[in-house]
Design a protein around this ligand. Structure first.
Ligand code: NAD
Ligand code: UDP
Length: 316
């Protein structure tokens, strides 16, 4: 059975890969985006696809969509810590008013609602790895709070619509995802390190580089999101790769794979990074046991296409 799916944030990094995957299996996709952190080139290849429609719109404004919709997928939100410093109010708006507008659309269309939440709801976690049952260690006032609390609010309002309107919902908590189409200059670590390596600049470890992240290749991530969309679980459900690396290990791997002569340097954590989580790793028992999803792409294998994409983009 094929679906008609609306993807809010469909011109973004993950949203555009999700659109590709849904179209490839025969679904119809309506992508909605205002390009605040996404890019037209992410969806340029879909312009003439018969099952693809793009609407340039801010989802904090009410949405009017013709025809039926089977699923509303809410991926609309800037997600880079650089954005937390520059556009915190837009992030709070899209996580609150934006998500509410998309929930209202799902109610009107009698569609399944899917929320892309984040591992950031666990904050700087005191439980490791993080299971869905962990409530988190989150600052409500620090520089990351615009994003963390917006996502916590969007989870709360999604569950409220589920309870009040009997709306069918899915909530995923996405852990650090990487791959082609990430904006190389968005400040997130994988793109930063690759750009620095390819341009022969020093690779900047914030702090001593001992903090960890667990990186999931975008094709694996999208497969996990679709498994949750199609499956029976309301969630929240962690979707990420439990392979955990220190930022120093990541820097060393990027140096090896790019063959750069860049040196790895340490620098103080920038002020806007206050509250930087020291460790992050998903417990994926729920999704692997209940939906049979596990990631398959190693960090080493996934970095290669991302390095190639950034090399092309920077014309190096
Ligand atoms: P992205 O910035 O590339 O994609 C987000 C998209 O949403 C962009 O195209 C942006 O223009 C659009 N958008 C933002 N505000 C909007 C608004 N008001 N109206 C319409 N469109 C709007 O980021 P991404 O990495 O692809 O993240 C996609 C989703 O996944 C986000 O919700 C993010 O919070 C979540 N997520 C991502 C990661 C990750 O590692 N990439 C981790 C956890 C959660
Ligand atoms: N980081 C770093 N150097 C950089 C950019 C980021 O050491 O040039 C670190 C950052 O302090 C954090 C980790 O890399 O500990 C992941 O940062 P990112 O912005 O990718 O994502 P998030 O902090 O949201 O997981």
């Amino acid at each position: 059975m094929n679906y008609r799916v609306l993807i809010a944030g469909g011109a973004g990094f993950i949203g555009s890969h999700l659109a590709d995957a849904l179209l490839a299996r025969g679904d119809e996709v309506i992508a909605v985006d205002n390009f605040i952190s996404g890019r037209p080139e992410n969806i340029a290849h879909l312009a003439d696809h018969p099952n693809f429609l793009f609407l340039e719109q801010d989802v904090t404004e009410q949405l009017f969509i013709d025809g039926y919709i089977d699923a509303v997928m809410d991926l609309a939100s800037p997600a880079s810590p650089n954005d937390f410093a520059t556009i915190p109010l837009e992030i709070l708006d899209v996580g609150s008013t934006g998500t509410r507008n998309l929930l209202d659309l799902a109610v009107i269309k009698d569609a399944r609602f899917f929320l892309a939440s984040t591992s950031e709801v666990y904050g700087d976690p005191l439980v490791h790895p993080q299971p869905e049952s962990y409530w988190g260690n989150v600052s409500s006032i620090g520089p990351r709070s615009c994003y963390d609390e917006a996502k916590r609010f969007s989870e709360a309002i999604t569950m409220a619509y589920h309870r009040v309107h009997d709306l069918e919902v899915r909530i995923v908590r996405i852990f650090n995802t990487y791959g082609p189409r990430m904006r190389p200059d968005d400040g997130r670590v994988v793109g930063n390190f690759i750009c620095q390596a390819l341009q022969g600049e020093p690779i900047t470890l914030f702090g001593d580089g001992s903090q960890t992240r667990s990186f999931c290749y975008v094709a694996d991530e999208v497969r996990g999101l679709i498994a949750v969309l199609d499956g029976p679980l309301t969630g929240p459900i962690n979707v990420g790769n439990p392979g955990e690396f220190t930022m120093r290990q990541l820097a060393e791997l990027v140096v090896e794979l790019t063959g750069t002569s860049s040196e790895i340097i340490t620098m103080p954590l920038p002020a806007e990074r206050e509250g930087d989580p020291m460790q992050r790793c998903p417990d994926i028992s729920l999704i692997s046991t209940e939906l049979g999803w596990t990631p398959t792409v190693s960090l080493r294998d996934g970095l290669i296409p991302m390095i190639d994409a950034i090399r092309d983009e920077l014309s190096l």
